[in-house]
Design a protein around this ligand. Structure first.
Ligand SMILES: C[S@@+](CC[C@H](N)C(=O)[O-])C[C@H]1O[C@@H](n2cnc3c(N)ncnc32)[C@H](O)[C@@H]1O
Ligand SMILES: CC(C)=CCC/C(C)=C/COP(=O)(O)OP(=O)(O)O
Ligand SMILES: [Mg+2]
Length: 294
């Protein structure tokens, strides 16, 4: 078995098993090397670093005149505001969470959603990511904010977590479920959640009404080395794992303004067209699913 001793990286002295599969090794490397300005410059706005997209209407008054020398800075702040609004919507769907509760963020990235969850509920938040760089980053931010006793990221496979059965009052995947088999994923959430606990995901999924994944969906998969599932697959895998949907919200119209604004910025990455076109032709959807663990 391969292993990583993260003592030198400052994260933990515990023995961490290597990736469960060669694919997971690819994904760990991908996120270890990720440093796109569209993510870092947005995170620098207020110290919440996200790896997900935005929702909501553009505040044109806040953006002001495109000719203004401060316009680009305002544009970055606006994109960041929309990404944080996305995380707020996800957290809202966790329902009422107490200070003594524990939440699990599966695929936590640099930890922006974890910090927001702690600030909202005062509770413990445990995150897992395949990337040691991301876990270090998230733990460093928690330390800087003085919340390291409540917010912690670990290098760990979300399909096989160290959490106790029934430990969590809530758990979520924020744009991280397209890297795993959904039956395996929901079996693990179902194990970790207490009965009556709440699971929430915000994800991009292909639309069964379109027929099969469109060329745009294939382009997004290739760009991120992920495997986008269909909406039908989500609902089936939840039903098979004691997760009963309470809300299924199509956020596609709410995320389009974010993409159209982002496409005009200097921080474009080249994937904007695929998101805009697939949302418009109906082959791809941005959805929130909130489910009760029964
Ligand atoms: C697009 S990022 C989303 C990050 C975060 N949820 C957010 O909203 O900012 C995808 C994340 O999923 C994580 N991930 C992918 N497969 C994973 C797995 N099998 N176990 C744990 N984390 C995984 C990656 O390491 C990365 O942190
Ligand atoms: C909705 C779908 C299909 C998401 C795929 C997962 C993903 C890579 C999310 C955004 O990460 P990011 O914030 O690092 O990406 P970017 O650099 O494009 O902002
Ligand atoms: Mg991003």
């Amino acid at each position: 078995m391969t292993s990583t001793d993260l003592t030198a990286a400052g994260t933990s002295s515990v023995f961490i098993p290597g990736p469960a599969t060669p694919y997971q090794g690819d994904i760990a490397r991908y996120w270890d090397h990720e440093a796109r300005p569209v993510n870092l410059r947005l995170g620098d706005v207020d110290g919440l670093y996200h790896h997900h997209y935005g929702i909501g209407d553009i505040d044109h008054a806040a953006l002001g005149d495109t000719e203004d020398s401060a316009y680009e800075k305002k544009l970055i702040a606006e994109l960041h505001r929309l990404e944080s609004a996305q995380a707020e919507l996800l957290l809202e769907h966790l329902g009422s969470i107490g200070r003594d509760d524990t939440l699990v963020d599966a695929g936590c990235g640099r930890g922006g959603s974890m910090v927001m969850a702690h600030q909202r509920f005062g509770c413990k938040v445990e995150g897992v990511t395949l990337s040691a760089k991301q876990a270090d980053f998230a733990n460093q931010r928690a330390h800087e904010l003085g919340i390291e006793d409540h917010v912690r990221a670990r290098v760990c496979n979300m399909l096989s977590t160290p959490f106790e059965t029934g430990q969590a009052a809530g758990s979520w995947n924020n744009e991280s479920s397209m890297y795993v088999d959904l039956h395996d994923l929901f079996a693990e959430h179902s194990r970790v959640l207490q009965v009556g606990g709440r699971y929430v995901t915000i994800t991009g999924c292909w639309n069964p009404r379109y027929g099969q994944p469109s060329k745009w969906v294939s382009q997004i998969n290739a760009h991120f080395e992920c495997n986008i599932h269909s909406r039908r697959e989500y609902l089936r895998a939840m039903a098979d794992n004691r997760l009963v949907p309470q809300a299924v919200i199509d956020l596609t119209p709410d995320t389009l303004p974010y993409w159209e604004l982002r496409a005009t910025s200097s921080l474009v990455t080249g994937i904007e067209e695929a998101f805009i076109e697939s949302y418009k032709d109906g082959s791809f959807q941005y959805v929130l699913i909130a489910a009760d663990r029964v």
